[in-house]
Each structure stands twice: as structure tokens, then as C-alpha cells.
Design a protein around this ligand. Structure first.
Ligand code: MG
Length: 391
């Protein structure tokens, strides 16, 4: 059987007034990266996910573009008056694709930490059930309430709290949403398992996670940022590369073409700085080296733009549940002069790596006329990358 086509539907049309701030919470950075970017990256980096769809408020299109970047190919859909309407809009957009998905994962953008294991757990349940969601048991005592105090206790052993991503057989959840669209005696559904149950679908609970905690109030932001900042470990990778000068009129360094009286020889575009940085990033997560991922013997990398290697290294980091924290590149040559291009190189790397410019450094040095760089035979580069892996 062919692998199931899986779409991720990210719900980002809400405004979440309780969270505070000028922008909706999914667009407010959480330790440097917005929740919407974190969620889209997590889905894009999961090997099972083929299609990304995001439901947004049409008034927030520019904010979305700025926060989520152009890295991913996202089908953008406009939200409706309620969450249920917004989900239905997203499902209809997926249904209208030439190849609609077999399975859909529906996720709140306000749950910014999305470990790959949560996606795996829900997808595993869909082998047996029509619908699945991560769920957690309740730790606190639950009770009813009256005007000033408590009502009767509720048996928490019989209860679960549901999280997202919630997964569904696509045709089944689409049919449920169509059937229960509009005015309904039950009122709008607060999640999609509620509709699945109403439609009589087979549901299953997958393992929940505290990492899937939803941002609702400012306290939630403090909690998740504290978690991100303390429950992890950093690691460091280094990289080194050399390319020889040869015929040509420019060299490519950090993705920029710099006029020079020679070029650099190499199988790809010979961007020695990006190659060193790619190796540093791969090294930081134990993912081998650039030669293993992109063998020079493979003709498809001939003349390739080295940003492909850098983007793959970033993907290797993120698919391990880690994130890139900072990079530092040193270019070693007598000529061309790097100084005039430094800021542009830094900006290019920051954009490609989705890092704030102050987390990217590019510098240059000579070897005082000594050695092969001193004899102007080529350019060397070394790089360091630090990553943070959330536990
Ligand atoms: Mg190289």
C-alpha cells in the first residue's frame, strides 16, 4: 500500500484576548520564534506530513507572511466566525486539491511546542481509529462551582483533557464538518474530536504531553518560555572547508556573489563559507557531514546553490526536536576583501536560517601572507554552530 497522504491543518485565525499584547498570541515571539513559525516548522520537518494548510484571519495576511516566512509552501485559507467554521474552511480547501489527503492533522497554532513524538502518536492511532487526539489524565481535584465556592467533586479518574494535533481520516472528518455546519443544537464544537464523536466516528486517545500546553494567558507564556529555556541542553558543532582559486570573475561566499579576479573551484557553487557552516550545523546534532548527505560523486549537486545544503542542515536540526541558536563564521583569505560584504552576508544567513541578526556573525581574517591562503591559492572557512535541544 502506498504511504498515506497526510495534511497538517494549522488553526491560526483566533485573537486570544486573554493573552494580551498588540498582536494575536500566535504572532508574538516565544523565546525568539513565533508560535506560528514553530508549529509550521515542526510539521514541515516531520517526514509523514506532505501538505501544510493554515487558516488565518484575512486581516493578518501580512503579519502571517512576516512571521512564517516564505520557507514553506503553505496553502492559506481564511477563517470564519467560529473555530468550527474556520476548520471547515480549511478542510474544504484541502478537499479541493487535485490530490486530497488521506489523513488530516488539525492543530492549534497556540500550542507552539509540537514534538515529533506527538505527531507519531496520533498517526499510529489512525491505523485503528477514525479519529485520535493526544490526551492527559487530570492531576488536580475537580469539582463543580456555585456563586462563592465549590460544588460536588467530580471523579477525575473518568476524565481526560484533550490536546492537539488531532488526527482524522480525512473523508470522515470532512463529512462530519459538512453535516454539522451552521446552526446546531449542540453549539459550536470547541475541538474536532467533539464533532467526530457527534458523527459516531471511532476515536482513540494518544499519549498527551505537557509540551503541547496551550498559550491562553500571560502565565502560559512565562511557563513555556521557562520550559524552553531550562529543559534542554545545548550542543556545539564546528566545520572547516577549503576551496582553491581557479578561473572566474567572482566567488560565492555566504550566498553572495563577490567580484574577484578569480573564482573558486568546486563541484557545487564552491561557497566555502556555507560549506563550513553546514558541517558545523550537522556536527552540532551528530548528523554526520556535508559529504555524506551530498556526495560529490552525485551529479545532481553539480553547480548547486549551497543554500540547499544549509537548509538541509537546518532541517536535520529541527527534525531532532532541536533549534539553531547561533552561528559564527570565519572566512580566511587575503582577497577579496570581506569587510564591505559582511553585513549583507550576515543578513543573508539570518534570513536563510530564520535567526535574529544578532545570533549570526561573519568575520574574516588573513594569515599574514603565510600558507596557501597567504599565497592566494584559495579560501578557507571555519564555522561554529550552537543548537538547543528541548528535552
Ligand atoms: Mg566544500
Amino acid at each position: 500500500m502506498a504511504a498515506a497522504r497526510v495534511a497538517a491543518l494549522v488553526m491560526a485565525a483566533g485573537h486570544g484576548a486573554r493573552y494580551g499584547g498588540a498582536l494575536p498570541k500566535q504572532y508574538q515571539p516565544l523565546l525568539g520564534r513565533t508560535p506560528i513559525a514553530r508549529v509550521l516548522d515542526a510539521f514541515a520537518d516531520h517526514p509523514a506530513i506532505g501538505q501544510l494548510c493554515c487558516v488565518i484571519d484575512p486581516g493578518m495576511a501580512d503579519t502571517f507572511a512576516a512571521a512564517a516566512g516564505a520557507r514553506h509552501n503553505v496553502l492559506i485559507v481564511h477563517g470564519g466566525p467560529t473555530r468550527q467554521d474556520s476548520v471547515r474552511n480549511g478542510l474544504e480547501a484541502l478537499a479541493a486539491l487535485p490530490e486530497p489527503p488521506d489523513l488530516a492533522l488539525i492543530h492549534d497554532a497556540a500550542r507552539p511546542l509540537l514534538p515529533p513524538s506527538a505527531i507519531d502518536g496520533v498517526l499510529a492511532c489512525l491505523a485503528e481509529a477514525d479519529a485520535a487526539a493526544p490526551a492527559l489524565p487530570i492531576a488536580d481535584t475537580l469539582s463543580g462551582r456555585d456563586d462563592i465556592g465549590f460544588g460536588a467533586e467530580v471523579d477525575r479518574a473518568t476524565l481526560l483533557q484533550r490536546q492537539t494535533p488531532q488526527g482524522f481520516r480525512f473523508a470522515a472528518i470532512l463529512a462530519a464538518h459538512r453535516r454539522f455546519a451552521g446552526a446546531d443544537a449542540h453549539g459550536p464544537a470547541t475541538d474536532d474530536i467533539a464533532l467526530a464523536r457527534r458523527a459516531g466516528l471511532r476515536t482513540m486517545a494518544a499519549p498527551g504531553s505537557m509540551l503541547l500546553h496551550k498559550l491562553t494567558t500571560p502565565d502560559d507564556k512565562i511557563m513555556l518560555e521557562a520550559f524552553l529555556g531550562s529543559h534542554g541542553r545545548s550542543s556545539v558543532g564546528n566545520g572547516f572547508d577549503v576551496h582553491a582559486f581557479g578561473p572566474g570573475g567572482e566567488v560565492i561566499l555566504c550566498g553572495l556573489a563577490i567580484p574577484h579576479d578569480q573564482g573558486l573551484v568546486g563541484h557545487s557553487d564552491a561557497d566555502v563559507a556555507m560549506h563550513a557552516l553546514t558541517d558545523a550545523m550537522l556536527g552540532a546534532v551528530g548528523a554526520g557531514d556535508i559529504g555524506q548527505l551530498f556526495p560529490p560523486s552525485d551529479p545532481q549537486w553539480k553547480g548547486a546553490a549551497s543554500r540547499i545544503f544549509l537548509e538541509r542542515a537546518l532541517q536535520e536540526i529541527r527534525s531532532r526536536g532541536a533549534e539553531l541558536e547561533s552561528v559564527d563564521v570565519t572566512i580566511i583569505c587575503e582577497a577579496p576583501k570581506i569587510g564591505p560584504h559582511r553585513d549583507a552576508m550576515r543578513a543573508r544567513l539570518a534570513e536563510l536560517l530564520d535567526l535574529a541578526p544578532d545570533r549570526v556573525n561573519v568575520k574574516a581574517t588573513t594569515t599574514e601572507g603565510l600558507g596557501f591562503t597567504g599565497r592566494r591559492e584559495g579560501i578557507a572557512a571555519m564555522a561554529t554552530a550552537t543548537v538547543w535541544r528541548c528535552l
